[in-house]
Structure formats: C-alpha cells, structure tokens
Design a protein around this ligand. Structure first.
Ligand code: DGY
Length: 327
C-alpha cells in the first residue's frame, strides 16, 4: 500500500511534522509565508490531507483546486478561515484543535487585562524612550484589577478558564452567551449569567471569547462602547472582527472607555491606523496560544486527525460530518 500524502501549508512545530511523518509522506512549506490558492493546489496534488493555519483561506474554490484532499486539519481552535459547508458538501473532513490551548489563551487574556489596566505598554515605552527621570506619585496611574467586575462574553472553555482565574483577584464575574451554562459550571466559575446590556453597564473589564460568526461580528460597536463605563477596559483574544475597530478607536479617543488590550485585529496583519495612534490600546500580534508546549500540542492534534482519517476512523476533533465522506 502506498503511503498517503499530506501537505502542510506553513511551518508548524516539529512535534506535529514528526507525528504526521510516521504515517504520511508529508511535504511542508518551509518558506513560512502564506501561499496563494494556486500554490497550495500545486503542492496538494495527490495529497489526501491538508494541514492549514488560520492565515489560509480554505473555501470551495480552493477545495475544487485540490480534488484529492479529503481532510483539512486546521491548526487552531477557531476555524472561521475554513468554509465548513463547502468542505462538507465536497465530502471533506474539517478538524480543529480544541481543548489544548484553553489555559494558555486564558493566561494571555489575563496578561492583557492586567497590562492594559496598569498601562504596561505605555510604561515600557516610557522607560525605553529615556523619559523615566524619577518616581512620580501621579506617574502612569492605571485602574485596579482586584475587586472589580469582569464581564465575559462567550462562556465556552476559554471564557470559563478566564473566569476561574478571577477568583484570586476577588472579582465579581458576569458572563453572557447565546446559552446559559449549567448551574454546576456557574458555581464552579462563580459566574452570573446576565444579558448583554447588563454586562456592558456593570463590567469594569469586558473580555471577549466568542467564535467569529455572523451573530458575533461587530458585537462591540459604537452603541456598545457608549453603554460601557468610562473607566472600563476591553480585552480581545478571540477574533478581530468581533470588534468594530473604527468605533473602538473613537471610543478610546473620546474617553468612552479607559483602554483596550487586543491580541487580534479585523484585518490581520493590518492594524487600524487610528488604533496605532491610541496610547491606551495595548496591541499584540495574535499570540494567544503562543507557548511552546501549546503550539506543540496543537500541531500534534492536527497530525492525529490526519492519521485517524488515514486509518479509516473519524478524525477525533472533526467539526463536520462530510456528505458521503470518502475514506
Ligand atoms: C486559535 O487557535 O483559533 C487561535 O486564534 C490561534 O491559536
């Protein structure tokens, strides 16, 4: 039996490549640049498995250019870069990497929350610019974190992990989501379910943990920023388009809110120029899951999905049920 073939669109951690190579003849784009659909199709010729990153747009047109591909293993928990219905109707599995990046992303959300409230970005720039000439009692004053109200938008795995960390800071935790979680989970997270208006009005920190879908696109816009406290902070480690960036920049400039910590942007890797001009915005280059251990685990899960497929099994973290899935 010839070994199945796989194409990895960009460099991923070696742990995943080694795992994949045990079963597949795997080619990796070692240039580590985003390939065009035509380039991907060229490399994916004869490949049953395509390992993609969130920077790859996998739509029906690309899948039509890659008729041999039967599984798209996206190395991310979010898969808004993949047109899942298009894959499903073409008999192609789509898999993601849930679970393994929950804690790491929650850590980063907290890092952003604290850094934003205590103005760490500005403070660091201040020192590096040679402007630190002595301690000042009014220098770089921020907001307290402990004892405040944290509003979590999207109470899945990551939202819950963020809530649990709030205990150490003796915070009140509110959450909103399309569905209320069980009483046991609410109790475990010490979180209270509220509607959107209450969350916006009562939170000192609003942290976003929803997937990008039509319902969550621009979940925070001008109306919402105006409804928030002028002392409140927004943290986004989910997907950029959940926030209307132009409205956010206006809110930051106008003092409708106190600050924002962003790990994701509407049009990555571009950052809205008005946000770049806001000192009270702390901006990171989408590093939510960027720990060595987590990225290894994400790459390994993607490989495991491809391997399960090659064995005729259901990919363990598939997100679809392909029409007439071809084994
Ligand atoms: C994801 O997995 O969706 C993150 O955005 C990157 O790890």
């Amino acid at each position: 039996m010839p070994r199945p073939k796989a194409f990895v669109t960009r460099v991923i951690p070696e742990a995943g490549i080694e795992r994949l190579a045990a079963v597949y003849d795997a080619e990796v784009n070692r240039e580590d640049r985003q390939l065009s659909p035509q380039e991907i199709a060229g490399h994916a010729k004869g490949c049953q498995a395509l390992i993609t990153l969130l920077t790859d747009r996998v739509d029906g047109a690309l899948l039509d250019l890659c008729p041999d591909v039967r599984i798209v293993a996206n190395v991310a928990v979010g898969y808004d870069n993949v047109d899942v219905p298009a894959a499903t109707e073409r008999g192609v599995w789509v898999a993601n990497t849930p679970g393994v990046l929950t804690e790491t992303t929650a850590d980063l959300a907290w890092a952003l929350l604290m850094a934003t409230a205590r103005r760490l970005g500005e403070a660091e720039r201040f020192v590096r610019a040679g402007r630190y000439h002595g301690w000042g009692i009014l220098m770089l004053l921020g907001g307290d974190v402990h004892g405040k109200t944290l509003g979590i938008v999207g109470f899945g795995r990551i939202g819950q992990a963020v809530a649990k960390r709030a205990r150490g800071f003796e915070m009140r935790v509110l959450y909103t989501d399309a569905q209320r979680v069980s009483g046991a989970v609410e109790h475990d997270c010490r979180a209270t379910f509220v509607d959107k208006a209450t969350l916006l009005a009562e939170s000192d920190f609003v942290s976003l943990h929803v997937p990008l879908m039509p319902q969550t696109h621009h979940w925070l816009g001008e109306t919402e920023f105006m409804a928030m406290r002028s002392t409140a902070y927004v943290v986004n480690t989910s997907r950029g388009p959940v926030i209307d960036e132009a409205a956010l920049a206006k809110a930051l400039r106008s003092g409708w809110i106190a600050g924002a910590g962003l790990d994701v942007f509407e049009r990555e890797p571009q950052v809205h120029p008005d946000l770049l001009a806001c000192e009270n915005a702390l901006l990171l280059p989408h590093i939510g899951s960027a720990s060595i251990e987590t990225r290894d685990r994400m790459a390994t899960i993607a490989a495991d999905n491809c391997i399960a497929f090659a064995r005729g099994e259901r990919p363990p973290t598939a997100v679809n049920e392909p029409v007439q899935a071809k084994a």
